[in-house]
Ligand binder design. Structure first.
Ligand code: PLP
Length: 375
C-alpha cells in the first residue's frame, strides 16, 4: 500500500525526523528544570536552548518567550490574561481565540472583514472608540482556512493610537512567512509547535516587555510565573528544533507557492464556476481554499481520501452536525459556497507529482458531479 498524499499541513505538519531524534534524546535526560542539582541543570539547559531558538523564529527577546501547551492555551493566556477592560476579536479568528474572548469576563466586540477576509480597519477604529478602555484586540497574522494574511503592522498602529494592546495569533504564519515580533508591533503573539513539524501539545506565548500577563495557570511559578507547571522538556526541545528548521525552510516558499498556484491555475483553467477564496490578497504560500459548486466539502474530502489524498473541508463537524465555516460566512460567502469548500494545505514534503494527483482527482470529481444538485 502506498502512503497517502498528505495535504493538510494547516491541521498539523508531519513531525520532522530531527525532532523525533531530539525529543527521544531529551526524554533520556533525567531532571526537573526547576531543580538546582546537576540533573535539574541539564534539563534547564535544554529548555533554555530551545527558548533561544523559538525567540529567533519569533524575532523577540529570549526572556519574552513563555512555553505552554500549544496555540489554544497561548490564545487563552493572552486574551484572558492581558487585564483588558474589553476584548475586540476579528470575526475570522480561530475558535480558541473566539472562545477565550467570550470567557474573558469583559465586554466582547467582533470586528468584521471584507470579502477577501481582510479586517475592516474603519470598523476597528469605531469599536476601539466605543469599547471600555484599555481594550485588547486579537487579530490573527494568517488565517488557518484561507491563508489570508492581515496587515498586522498597520493594525498595531491603530490599536496603539487608542491606548489598547494587540494580540496576534501567528500559529499559521510561522514557518510560512517571516515573523518579526518587534516589527509587527504586537504586544502578544501565539505560536504552536506542531504546525512547524514539532511535537503536538507545546507552544509559546510571546509578550512585549511592557505587556501584562496574569497567569492562566498558577502554581509553582515556572516560566517567570507566567505559566506554572513543570515544563514539558522533551516537547519544548522538539519545538526548538522545529523552530530552527522552519526558519531554514523559508527558502522552500517559492517552490511551495508555485505548486499551490499551479493547482489553482488548473482549477480556473478547467472551469470558471469554482471559487478560489482569498486569491486577490496576500496569503500564506501553502494554502488554497476552493469551493466546488454543488458538492459538499465532506463529499469532496471523502473523494480525495479514496484517491489517497488527505485534506480538509471548510465546514467542520461538531456533535454530529456539520457547521458552516464562520470564516467564510464572515467573508460574505453564502451557505452553499461555504459548504462546498475544501482546504488544501501543502508543505515541505509535498512534491510536484502530489499536485498532479490532486489536480487529476479534483477534475474527476468536478466532471462527475457538476450540474447535479448538491451531493
Ligand atoms: N490558532 C490557529 C490559527 C490554528 O490554526 C490552531 C490550530 O489549528 C490553533 C490556534 C490551536 O493550536 P493548537 O493545536 O496548538 O492548540
Amino acid at each position: 500500500m502506498t502512503a497517502p498524499i498528505y495535504m493538510d499541513y494547516n491541521a498539523t505538519a508531519p513531525i520532522r525526523t530531527s525532532v523525533i531524534d531530539a525529543v527521544t534524546d531529551a526524554m533520556r535526560v533525567v531532571g526537573n528544570p526547576s531543580s538546582v542539582h546537576a540533573a535539574g541543570r541539564s534539563a534547564r539547559k535544554l529548555v533554555e536552548e530551545a527558548r533561544t531558538k523559538v525567540a529567533a523564529l519569533a524575532g523577540c527577546r529570549i526572556r519574552d518567550v513563555t512555553f505552554c501547551s500549544g496555540g489554544t492555551e497561548a490564545n487563552n493566556a493572552a486574551i484572558r490574561g492581558a487585564g483588558a477592560a474589553s476584548v475586540i476579536v476579528s470575526a475570522i479568528e480561530h475558535d480558541s481565540a473566539l472562545a477565550a474572548a467570550k470567557l474573558a469576563g469583559v465586554p466582547m466586540f467582533v470586528c468584521g472583514v471584507d470579502s477577501d477576509g481582510v479586517i475592516n480597519q474603519d470598523q476597528l477604529r469605531a469599536l476601539l472608540a466605543e469599547s471600555p478602555s484599555p481594550a485588547l484586540v486579537s487579530v490573527m497574522l494568517a488565517n488557518n482556512e484561507t491563508g489570508v494574511i492581515q496587515p498586522v503592522q498597520e493594525i498595531a498602529q491603530i490599536v496603539h493610537e487608542f491606548g489598547a494592546c494587540l494580540h496576534t495569533d501567528a500559529v499559521q504564519a510561522a514557518g510560512k512567512i517571516n515573523i518579526d515580533f518587534n516589527a509587527l508591533g504586537a504586544d502578544y503573539l501565539t505560536l504552536s509547535s506542531h504546525k512547524l513539524g514539532g511535537p503536538q501539545g507545546v507552544g509559546a506565548i510571546i509578550t512585549a516587555p511592557t505587556a501584562p500577563l496574569a497567569p492562566l495557570i498558577a502554581g509553582g511559578g515556572q516560566e517567570l510565573a507566567r505559566r506554572s507547571g513543570t515544563e514539558n522538556v522533551a516537547g519544548i526541545v522538539g519545538f526548538g528544533v522545529a523552530a530552527l528548521e522552519a526558519m531554514d525552510d523559508l527558502g522552500e516558499v517559492p517552490r511551495i507557492a508555485a505548486m499551490r498556484d499551479r493547482f489553482e491555475a488548473a482549477v480556473s483553467d478547467h472551469t470558471n464556476t469554482a471559487c478560489i477564496i482569498g486569491r486577490a490578497v496576500p496569503r500564506t504560500p501553502n494554502t488554497s481554499c476552493v469551493a466546488m459548486p454543488g458538492v459538499k466539502g465532506e463529499t469532496q474530502v471523502m473523494h480525495f481520501d479514496l484517491n489517497g489524498i488527505c485534506l480538509s473541508s471548510g465546514s467542520a463537524c461538531s456533535s454530529g452536525k456539520v457547521k458552516v465555516s464562520h470564516v467564510l460566512s464572515a467573508m460574505g460567502y453564502d451557505e452553499e459556497t461555504a459548504y462546498a469548500s475544501i482546504r488544501v494545505s501543502l508543505g515541505r514534503m509535498t512534491q510536484d507529482s502530489d499536485v498532479n494527483a490532486l489536480i487529476t482527482a479534483w477534475k474527476s470529481l468536478y466532471g462527475r458531479t457538476t450540474d447535479r444538485p448538491i451531493a
